[in-house]
Structure formats: C-alpha cells, structure tokens
Design a protein around this ligand. Sequence first.
Ligand SMILES: Cc1ncc(C[n+]2csc(CCOP(=O)(O)OP(=O)(O)O)c2C)c(N)n1
Ligand code: SF4
Length: 254
Amino acid sequence: MELDEIIKPENLVYEKPKLMNDNPMHYCPGCSHGVIHKLIAEVIADLGLEEKTIGISPVGCAVFAYNYLDIDWVEAAHGRAPAIASAIKRLNPDKMVFTYQGDGDLAAIGTAETIHAANRGENIVIIFVNNAIYGMTGGQMAPTTLEGMPTATCPYGRNAALNGYPLKISDLLAQLEGTCLVTRQSVQTPAAVRKAKRMLMKAFQNAMAGKGTSIVEFVSTCSSGWKMSPEKANKWMEENMFPFYPLGDLKNKE
Ligand SMILES: Cc1ncc(C[n+]2csc(CCOP(=O)(O)OP(=O)(O)O)c2C)c(N)n1
Ligand code: SF4
C-alpha cells in the first residue's frame, strides 16, 4: 500500500504541532522538556495565539527552546526571565508572554525576580520545569533537590542540616496576592499530559484576560542528571518526587 493511501486526513489521529519545527532536539532521551514544549505549541495553536505569543527562554537545558517552537522569543540572562517578561507584557499588553524556567533558573538565581513578578501580579505565565537538579551544568544540587537525593555536589545525598530543605517554591508563590493560578502537573503518562494541557491552557487564558500571574510547575525527570534510564527515571519520580511535590492545583482563582 502506498503511503499516500494510508495518510489521509480522515485517518489522522495525531500530528506534530505546526509550531514545532523539524530541528532535532538536543534533549536527552527520557527528558520531560520535549513533551512540555509540545504542549506549549499545542496550547498556543488551540488558542490562536501564534502571532501574539512571546516566550522568554532561560539559562539551563531549555536555553535553546527558541530553536524548536516557531514563535517570537527573547533569551534571558540566568534567572531574569520574569523581569524581562514583566517589561515585555507591560509594553505590549495585547501579547501573550510566558517564561520557561528550570528549578535552578527559577528557584535559585532567579528567586527574587520570580517572587516579585508574581507578587506584582504581572499578567504572564511562568512555566516551571522542576527536575530537582541542575541538568545543563552536570547534575549539581538545586534548591528543589530532595533530602537524601545524591547529586554531583552532594554525592552522599542532600543533607538538610548542611544544605537546607528542598524548596517548595510553588507553595510559596500560591500565598502571594498577585497569583491567580498555581498548579503542579507532570507529563509522565498520556493522562497526565492531557491534564497538564488543560491547566496550561487555563494559564494562558488567565494571562490574556489580565487575571494576574499563573504558574504551571511540571514535576519532571532528568534522566542524565539522575543517572537513570528513562523508564527508571519516570518510576523514581512517581515514587520519590510526587510524595514531596504532590500534583494538583495549589491555587485556582475563578
Ligand atoms: C550568571 C550565571 N550563573 C551560573 C550559570 C551556570 N548555569 C547554567 S545552567 C545552570 C542551572 C540550570 O539548571 P536548571 O535551571 O534547573 O535547568 P535544567 O538544566 O535542569 O533544565 C547554571 C547554574 C550561568 N550560565 N550564568
Ligand atoms: S541533562 Fe537532564 S534536563 Fe538536560 S536535557 Fe538531559 S535529561 Fe533533560
């Protein structure tokens, strides 16, 4: 049978989002970043915001996010994405502005920018990829590293007495008046992907409606930094990350 006969519009059950180009992704096998990129592309297209969306890419493994989604992007210095997003949204209130940040970018060097943008209630979306480690730089401890979890800089496991406790920054952000939606999602199963997409869509709608800051945390895997196979990383995340970072809405103002 010829390919043309199989690939008919009526047989189509899945297609790559149109905003995702054909550049090969640099992410490791089993990494959550690629799936989250796909969701963003789908949500932008579903809401018809292709010409209105400006993404702010971070420093971290997602530094090259701008290579994969054909929307407008600005590259921020490490941790400064929420400050840049605030300025862009204020100058262009009709645009859809989001940041895309890892836990090192958002919850370590960028803590101040994140908290103050959320506290000002900037009409932006903050997409927070929490893989509990600094992936890009070789797997060092992040603020969100779990107690007992080994990393390159705490090879015997995070010790709270020495390194402090893992930071639940989304819980903290949910306390701020400026946030309208703070939700914790994941993309390790098709059901989780569908749920995460619904919440991401709500976040984008909130930003366009001027309701304040929406934060979508994705509890994520870093198979390379964790030194696990993709399959094991997913299982480890379910067993160890989810009990400490439970999925669901922390705040959802109607
Ligand atoms: C000012 C500055 N300080 C430190 C670095 C080194 N650096 C690059 S990425 C990174 C952390 C990335 O971790 P995370 O934000 O969790 O993203 P991931 O790579 O895990 O997706 C650090 C510390 C830098 N590039 N710039
Ligand atoms: S190092 Fe970790 S976060 Fe970076 S691409 Fe690889 S799996 Fe993903």
